[in-house]
Design a protein. Structure first.
Lengths: 221, 350
């Protein structure tokens, strides 16, 4: 049996993807788990690239690997995680996890065994022509045929952003943060004032003042 | 050359049989990669010397002048020294990740060069989504810093990594938004098309002039993205010693430096491609060519060094403010302005 180069790549990426996904749930250290998840995302992107979905693949790397997972890692590294306590709830979470897993297996079964569910009546996807630009086609569809759902989604996301900011933005009373603009604009006169006042009269010297000072010097030596 | 190729066809190709096209493509690509990475690493090495020399001249000093004529062998001496140093592993460091950190820092800095067009024909991979590839690959560089900072099991390194994560993610937003205007006017994600879209008779037809505010945003974000002065709190010597690389020594430390300087060249090459017309000649009576690309990149690099000699370091909250409260709103407004401009009769980009 001969395999073409793409098939070899597919098996490499899939194997790494499966192994890193397993590592996500088996790694003892949460930071290692997050890094394994990053590797899994990266390989998923590579698989999408093999499917000619270059825009989705690059976006997965850019958004999930480049930004979301960085912040994830950021948070996981800062948490003081007690590994023993993390493992405590395993049996109580198992039924829910098993249900989710079974649903996913069933869904994959429907796709993979598509010919038993009438999927074979759908035509096979057409092989894109040489000059076909995935990005351009997606952009055209989003801004013409699907412009209304697209705008709706963006408004929903905007609302979510604003809600998240307002929920977390609690201005503390004792916050000492500076406004850099005010700092830059500050003049010497705002901070420093020369006051004219009469000179203080020096207090009369006390006769035995030099005695403690001498004692200190003595103790140092 | 032709005779060599003919010899290869006659003698080596039959050994591989039907697999020969795949093998030869792979070999050619590897040769091309070596041809890009080799000179790039040379440029990186000599950038360290150039930085020290330029800073010295700006400080009215002499700079390194002991090793070789005019100090020209200094980078080689530095490299040999770092190669011979022992790599020390901190106690209870996460060994695997500690080794992976520097590698993750330099790999994206080199991988991004795959799509940079040096001239209209001299490019490793002329892909349609070149801009997206550049953005996504350059956003991976941050993992090197974070992994290194966490794996060293040191508070200084960890603080540096945290600062780096926040800063680099923030400035990627600014850079990406500044690029949106470039994509709008060129109507393409292909880097060669973007450069060709800037073609005109003089240097005033390049994107830097019509999109001047975005050019400045992009350049400043680029300085922040590479964690260079005045945005170098990530490795601020006076506060957290050297940030994520404080525990590293020898070649693993050198890899971070190589990554930083390779990223500087990358930002310079990207700025040249997006805003300064790539390989296009600034005047009509001189031919286009790779020389212009190199010259423009060197100019941007010189700006990096000039900034370092001129500006005092920003405070971390000021960096964040600049990125989120100044650059992002400015970019959003300018995207609108450029959009209206392109719809108006004054549109320059037909």
């Amino acid at each position: 049996m001969t395999m073409d180069f793409k098939t070899v790549l597919f098996y490499i990426f899939s194997a790494v993807l499966v192994l890193s996904a397993l590592r996500v749930i088996t790694a003892r250290n949460p930071v290692h788990a997050v890094l394994a998840l990053v590797l899994a995302f990266f390989n998923a992107a590579a698989l999408w690239m093999l499917l000619h979905a270059e825009f989705l693949a690059i976006m997965l790397v850019m958004v999930y690997v480049g930004a979301v997972m960085v912040l994830f890692l950021f948070v996981v590294m800062m948490l003081d995680i007690n590994i023993e306590r993390l493992r405590q709830g395993f049996w109580s979470y198992l039924p829910l996890g098993a249900v989710v897993g079974l649903i996913m297996v069933a869904e994959m079964g429907i796709i993979l065994g598509g010919r038993y569910f009438g999927l074979d009546v759908l035509p096979a996807p057409i092989e894109p022509a040489a000059g076909f630009s995935n990005t351009k086609e997606l952009g055209r569809l989003l801004f013409t045929d699907f412009v209304f759902p697209f705008e709706l989604v963006s408004v929903v996301l905007l609302v979510a952003i604003i809600a998240a900011v307002t929920l977390t933005l609690r201005q503390r009373k004792d916050n000492k943060a500076m406004n850099p603009r005010l700092q830059v604009r500050v003049k010497a006169a705002d901070r420093f004032r020369v006051v004219k006042m009469a000179a203080e009269v020096e207090a009369p010297a006390v006769a035995n003042e030099s005695a403690p000072a001498a004692g200190q010097e003595g103790s140092k030596a | 050359m032709d005779t060599i190729l003919a010899l290869i066809d006659q003698n080596i190709a039959p050994l591989f049989g039907t697999a020969w096209p795949a093998v030869s493509t792979t070999l050619w690509t590897v040769i091309k990669i070596v041809c890009i990475v080799g000179p790039l690493l040379g440029a990186v090495a000599y950038l360290t010397l150039a930085e020290r020399k330029v800073l010295a001249w700006m400080h009215v000093r002499i700079g390194p002048n002991r090793v070789g004529p005019l100090g020209l062998l200094q980078p080689i001496a530095d490299g040999i020294k770092l190669l011979l140093k022992e790599i020390v592993f901190p106690t209870r460091a996460s060994k695997g990740l500690y080794v992976l950190g520097p590698i993750m820092a330099i790999a994206p800095a080199l991988a991004a060069w795959a799509v940079i067009p040096f001239t209209d024909t001299l490019v490793l991979a002329n892909i349609d989504a070149g801009v997206l590839y550049l953005l996504s690959v350059s956003s991976l560089g941050i993992y090197g810093v974070i992994i290194a900072g966490w794996a060293s099991n040191s508070k200084y390194a960890f603080l540096g990594a945290m600062r780096a994560a926040g800063q680099m993610v923030s400035y990627e937003v600014g850079m990406g938004m500044a690029l949106i205007t470039v994509l709008m006017v060129s109507g393409s994600l292909n880097l060669i098309d973007i450069v060709e879209g800037q073609r005109g008779s003089t240097l005033f037809s390049w994107n830097w002039l019509p999109l001047l505010p975005m050019f400045i945003v992009y350049l400043v974000s680029g300085v922040a993205e590479t964690c260079r002065a005045p945005f170098d709190v990530v490795e601020g010597e006076s506060e957290i010693v050297a940030g994520h690389m404080v525990e590293f020594s020898g070649m693993s430390f050198a890899l971070f430096f190589l990554a930083e300087y390779a990223n500087m060249w990358l930002i310079a090459a990207m700025t040249t491609t997006f805003f300064l017309g790539g390989w296009l000649s600034p005047v009509s009576f001189l031919p286009d060519g790779f020389g212009w690309f190199a010259l423009k990149s060197c100019f941007i690099i010189f700006l990096f060094l000039w900034f370092r000699a001129t500006f005092p370091r920003y405070r971390y909250d000021q960096i964040m403010r600049l990125g989120w409260k100044v650059f992002v709103p400015l970019c959003l407004a300018w995207i609108l302005v450029v959009g209206l401009w392109m719809l108006s009769p004054l549109n320059l980009w037909k």
